[in-house]
Design a binder for this molecule. Structure first.
Ligand SMILES: C[S@@+](CC[C@H](N)C(=O)[O-])C[C@H]1O[C@@H](n2cnc3c(N)ncnc32)[C@H](O)[C@@H]1O
Length: 422
């Protein structure tokens, strides 16, 4: 699984290239209701999804408007995929005043940002003036886009660093909003906590009056390899009010957990403003509620700061105790998105030909192994098919690790590719 072979497979795969994973209906409903939560009093609105796929989000937004007695003047969807647009037109056949366009939305915004042409009869400048923009924009990794596409997107949309396609879309979505118009965005949560996301965090803070961030973490609400977040807010109209930005996060709690009531789905719990531990019938989750630390600008990472955590930090800072960051760099640990494949305590029990080469198996230290003043790694080891190259993790060439390749091949369906090279 060299970095190149993975990227080549993504490039050769139209689904990966266009970042196509449609939003399931219940999540679409949640996203729409978050967007309406941000929107102020409105009697009539125009709705846009700039990458509408099969139209599920547009339908959810339209239904949410009707449920709130808001008149919908127009529903507009763009997608570059003709088949998706055809599916959307069937799904939205009962929705009046719907316009679905097969086209590249980024091209359209780029044209609309250019100098005004007096003879332009398309009225695109005025057209991009929506009251509600909802989207789960295409997620295409920088590596799949290629460096030159990524940097030209960065230039075009005022973003720096490693620009992913969804980041360019977020800027384009904001540009398509009327002042005071509301955004409901579903995308990868990576930008919250990585350096490459700093530029997007700046855009969101500068251009929007953010209403709420809901980090859906590892709740696995739909079939994507990345962890999703829902961001809602309105296009800033002059000076932004310094009010707290709500921030909730949902992460699975493993092991025995007491104290939850009747089973409830994650989205129902979020919609009902429940927090703490919940159980969905199969798994337990911790829903944390807090605020985005206002001191945290675009350069700091975005995490929910609940009142208790805030107090703990204040106490630590007032005392003589040093924070961990004084002793070393605090970094995000490994995210496998397939823990059961990469983390095991029974590697030795696998058939010999599939027992990964020892140099790729590393001891694993998690929060569960840490006690005050001591850290004892447990039995589990992580398969880490990377090597360190000047501080950067580089994927190893599996041709040199045939047993690891044989093991990972068992799960090739989970990785969404054809057989791994070995
Ligand atoms: C992650 S899917 C989401 C679809 C839909 N919004 C939903 O939530 O179910 C992303 C969609 O973006 C479309 N897409 C990719 N690049 C695009 C572009 N430049 N302009 C418009 N649509 C694009 C893909 O064809 C795909 O249908």
């Amino acid at each position: 699984m060299t970095a190149n072979s993975l990227t080549d497979r993504h490039r050769a795969n139209p689904t990966k290239l266009r970042g196509v994973v449609y939003t399931p209906p219940r999540l679409a409903e949640f996203l729409a209701s978050q967007a309406f939560g941000a929107l102020g009093e409105s009697t009539s609105i125009r709705i846009l999804d700039p990458a509408c796929g099969d139209g599920q989000l547009l339908l959810a937004a339209y239904s949410a408007a009707r449920a709130r007695n808001i008149t919908v003047d127009e529903v507009v969807g763009y997608d570059i995929d003709r088949t998706a647009v055809d599916k959307a037109s069937i799904r939205l056949s009962d929705v009046p005043r719907t316009t679905l366009i097969c086209g590249d939305f980024l091209e359209l915004t780029a044209r609309s940002q250019g100098p005004m042409d007096l003879f332009d009869t398309t009225h695109e400048h005025e057209y991009l003036n929506f009251d509600l923009v909802v989207s789960n924009p295409p997620y295409v990794r920088t590596q799949t886009l290629g460096a030159s596409v990524s940097s030209s997107l960065g230039e075009r949309f005022g973003l720096t660093g490693r620009v992913d396609l969804y980041q360019a879309f977020v800027v384009a979505m904001i540009q398509a909003l009327a002042p005071g118009g509301a955004l409901g965005l579903l995308c990868s949560n990576k930008f919250l906590t990585n350096r490459a996301g700093a530029s997007l965090r700046r855009v969101l803070l500068d251009e929007l009056q953010l209403d709420e961030i809901v980090d859906l973490g590892d709740s696995k609400l739909f079939d994507v390899a990345v962890l999703p977040v829902v961001v809602s807010g309105t296009r800033a109209n002059g000076v932004q009010k310094a009010r707290p930005i709500d921030f909730r996060s949902v992460y699975e709690v493993k092991g025995k957990v007491d104290g939850f009531g009747r089973p409830i789905s994650v989205l129902d719990a979020l919609s009902k403003q429940r927090d703490g531990i919940i159980h969905d019938g199969n798994r337990s989750f911790l829903i944390r509620r807090g605020c985005l630390d206002r001191g945290a600008g675009s350069s700091s990472l975005w995490n929910p700061m609940d009142p208790e955590t805030k107090k703990t930090f204040e106490t630590i800072r007032e005392s003589d105790v040093s924070e961990l960051g004084v002793f070393g760099k605090v970094r995000v640990g490994v995210k496998t998105t397939a823990d059961s494949i990469f983390i095991r305590s029974d590697w030795r029990e696998l058939p010999r030909k599939q027992h990964p080469e020892p140099e790729l198996l590393r001891p694993l230290l998690t929060h569960r192994d840490i006690q005050p003043w001591s850290a004892e790694p447990g039995q589990r080891q992580i398969l880490y098919p990377h090597r360190d190259e000047g501080g950067r993790a580089v994927a190893v060439n599996l041709a040199n690790f045939p047993k690891t390749a044989a093991y990972l091949n068992n799960y090739r369906d989970r990785f969404g590719g054809s057989s791994l090279r070995n």
